[in-house]
Design a protein around this ligand. Structure first.
Ligand code: DAH
Length: 341
């Protein structure tokens, strides 16, 4: 029996098939139900007990060698056929082009906005996404019963004391005033969270950019000029802006800013709903109550603040009609912005 095993082992080691079918044949002949190894295993049952140890080890070795040999040969032949056999060593074959990724349009627009304001002397400030009531609402002059604090709008992490996901980047204004004395000139990009139903124009996570400028003698005219400069840089030299009176708890007076529609040049089209104007941000003079809450003397200092949605600016700039596209990460959408900036 030992001779038989050794002879079979030698045949396994020397086996060189030409194709996958030959391997399968070989496998059946050796390992199949009626195969040679199976027959040897059967015969093993009736060998004398003193021979069992030696023969058992040999049989095991034969079995693993046969299995390994069959698997390796199969893989080799499969690899070769995938490569058509001949191209493995073809050094002259041109390399395949690597697909390069691109920046997300929201990052592109955020970077551009930050860059425009950095030319006006603004530095970037940051703050946490998980905030407390003070930084998101109270220090910004929200009265206790203001609806924005409601569960409908705000994602709460804990109640009493309230810990929540910031609903706007205005919280970074407060963080900055805590850290820094005037003059302050910061731009604050970040993610914000609101409990909104997701639709083509709203999402529960989006991006905002907040701006804050505080110094002696800062006026509404300064704000208007800065925001006009911003609009021209983002929407083109011919852009003009208008301001409509509005209300925010943290600014007084407050305004909403419209830019002339860059798609129709202000003549009126479906995107601007025939008005020729597109709303791009909220702004205003920092309310004295906000300065007092943050230990800044309103007699000495004044300032302005503004806040905008990055998705909205990107939609207007590129004519994207559904905000959800920015979150789906479909490369067919994203690759359109490869060379956008
Ligand atoms: N925080 C406001 C919002 O989320 C946006 C905003 C409006 C920010 C006016 C400001 C501002 O700083 O002055 O809708």
């Amino acid at each position: 029996m030992i001779d038989k095993i050794n002879e079979l082992l030698q045949r396994v080691e020397e086996f060189t098939p030409k194709n996958l079918a030959e391997i399968e044949d070989f496998r059946i002949r050796i390992l199949g139900k009626k195969g040679e190894l199976t027959a040897l295993m059967e015969a093993f049952k009736s060998v004398a007990p003193e021979q069992k140890r030696e023969l058992g080890q040999l049989l095991n070795k034969l079995k693993t060698t046969a299995l390994e040999r069959i698997n390796t040969l199969r893989e080799q032949l499969q690899d070769a056929s995938a490569d058509n056999g001949a191209t493995i060593n073809d050094m002259t074959r041109p390399g395949s082009a690597e697909q390069l990724g691109s920046r997300h349009p929201i990052s592109l627009v955020r970077n551009q906005i930050v860059e425009v304001f950095s030319r006006l002397g603004y530095t970037v400030a940051d703050g946490p996404e998980i905030e407390d009531d003070w930084h998101v609402f109270s220090a910004l002059n929200f009265p206790p019963e203001h609806p924005a604090r409601d569960m409908q709008d705000t994602f709460f992490v804990e109640k009493n004391p309230d810990i929540l996901l910031r609903t706007h980047t205005s919280s970074i204004q407060v963080r900055t005033m805590e850290r820094q004395k005037p003059p302050i000139r910061v731009i604050c990009p970040g993610r914000v969270f609101r409990n909104e139903a997701i639709s083509y124009r709203a999402h529960c996570i989006f991006h905002q950019i907040e701006g804050l400028y505080i110094d002696e003698g800062v006026s509404f005219a300064d704000m208007k000029q800065s925001l006009l400069y911003f609009a021209k840089e983002i929407f083109g030299e011919n852009a003009v802006i208008r301001m409509r009176p509005s209300y925010f708890p943290f600014t007084e007076p407050s305004a909403e800013v419209d830019v002339s529609c860059n798609l129709c040049g202000g003549k009126g089209c479906p995107v601007c709903k025939g008005t020729g104007w597109l709303e791009i941000m909220g702004c205003g003079m920092v309310d004295p109550n906000v300065l007092i809450a943050n230990n800044i003397d309103p007699q000495k200092y004044s300032g302005f603040a503004f806040g905008m949605g990055v998705e909205r600016i990107a939609m207007l700039k590129y004519g994207v009609k559904d905000l959800r596209l920015y979150f789906e990460n479909d490369v067919r959408f994203l690759h359109q912005f490869d060379t956008a900036l």
